[in-house]
Design a protein. Sequence first.
Length: 221
Amino acid sequence: MTTHHSYPVHLLLQGRPCLVVGAGNIALRKAAGLVDAGADVTVVGPWVHPDFQHMPVTIEARPYREGEVADYRLAIACTDDPAVNHQVYVEGEAAGIWVNSADDPDNCAWILPSVARNGDLTITASTNGRSPAMASWLRRRFQAEFDERYTELLDLLAEVRAEARAHFGTSEIRGWNEALDGNGERGLFDLIADGRVDEARAVLRHALGFEDASQPEEVSV
């Protein structure tokens, strides 16, 4: 039997209507993630966790209504009633709406990875639904590693990428990996960690071929 892996994506949810069915502790965490992504979140549940009053979401203190998932772009079912979670999933599938059911992979059209985040840098960990505990453990390890060095490195790469696109007409050119890895010399991260940002910038620009900007060799990155 062939095992298919999940297809990892980062959804752009700003301003898009999303539904959370259930309003307890688990729903609180799921809704918080959607709010952080800028989604327009509606939470439905007969009992509502009091902390929801501090969140910018629409609260409807009632049971889920048949078919209402079709009014949303994305949904998460996290009630304590498996029948309701299944209903949301089945109705979502019929309406072409992507539904996640918390801790119930058989009723999921998508799964949530564990997320380590530092500013615009995001790393996700997933076990294809086999062990959320391991994914969470990996997230904690990544999160503990993140500090201002990674933010400074990302800022430098974004700065020079914009320069490369203006200079060459594309940023898909050779040299990025060589500069990051160091090729036997100190890589960009090590230079950033030592506070040698200007030197790191010079190394990166040299690796990308800014000295001879006429015809850089394009690659897929």
